[in-house]
Design a protein around this ligand. Sequence first.
Ligand code: GDP
Length: 457
Amino acid sequence: MTDHTHADTLRTPIVAVLGHVDHGKTSLLDTIRGSAVSEGEAGAITQHIGATDIPLDTISGMAGELIDPSDFDLPGLLFIDTPGHHSFSTLRARGGALADIAVLVVDVNDGFQPQTEEAIDILRRTGTPFVVAANKVDTTPGWNPQDGEPIQRSMDAQSERAKSMLDENLYEIIGQLSDAGFSADLYWRVQDFQKNIGVVPLSALTGEGVPDLLTVLMGLSQRFMKEEMAIDVTGPGEGTVLEVKDERGFGATVDTVVYDGVIRNGDTVVVGGQDEPIVTEIRALLRPRPLAEIRTEKEFEKVGEVAAAAGVKIAAPDLDQAMAGAPVRVVRDRTVDQVVEEVKAELAEIEVETADNGVVVKADTLGSLEAMANALREAEVPILRAEVGDIAPRDIAVAETANQDEHKAILGFNVDLLQNAESDLENADVKLFKNEVIYQLVEDYERYVEEKQRAQQ
Ligand code: GDP
């Protein structure tokens, strides 16, 4: 039974895709985008900045008999394009995760792996509802594809050998979910997807089972958005910065996922900045043009407004100091000062504790900076300075002021050394560590300190 009275207030749920490396996150996103595009006329997908929007009619076109669109108040699903639990756990909205729901991709032959466990921990901690995509069913020996069939029927149609092989692998995953404290089952046996985790066997390669996954996601979101979200999609826009980018003709811009309200061209916005919140006026809201048009026209199309949930590029003066991961808030109904205070309060939650002596930390987003700071605190490594952004000459100068030799170090997470800082680094007595995995970065630093101490004895 669907209650339509709140139809206006349900916005598109934001979906993140997580899982172990090589289990098929990127392929799954590509397949979802690809089959949505080939669904064609029905509405196709809208291209976004950093996210892909699949409208309800496209989903129902893809899902065929599995879905009755009149059962849903949701406009569709918005997939965050960057897969992985790093982007999931470090992208926030009002202190929680930016994504409302998640797809955990598990290679059906490989089962749980370290990053699967990590993803589960994060999902549990953030209380994010999720669905498991048991990927790569097509690799089951003897698998016989059944085009366009729901996955349950496809599985029934396999040889006994393929069936028992697949069953064994799927029950292994269900067992591992149970060990992790989640009651899970094959999705067609699940009644309430918030209480029990639905496991959807599928293949990102052939597309089998993908419509089933979308159907389950719609069911889960509908429930969740109704119960958990009091969203006013017409209110002042709120979003999270994914990336700060220089764009020819526009200067510094921020790629933003809008998770609440409406952002309009000309709005005054407050954006979290390196030092102070930035107050500025939107000069243009930009969306990528359809790929086919890009060759002949400008890459972006200007739009008058976007409503949550959506990805959009914001062009405005003074955005060069904006921080990835920081909040974006439209000033409407309130004073600029009130909104600035709100942004400050939100940033203060992520403030990193620094000491008079220690290492310099640079990270790509605010959330990852916080994750780095937590890891270093656990390892009892003091931090002299922590900032979002690439490694600049100033960081090297700051690291050099550390008064203990072992601390003259910069730890860079998912960032680059700027070209104009290369010679500074060569001439400085500062050690640079760079990595895309937090615990490895911390371990590398600890090993370096140990070796140094040993050499001194
Ligand atoms: P990610 O690291 O989780 O993003 O994984 P990718 O999407 O890059 O996939 C890793 C590898 O597995 C690639 O070689 C894919 O082609 C392959 N792959 C992904 N999904 C499937 C699938 O459903 N079936 C098969 N046979 N291969 C797949």
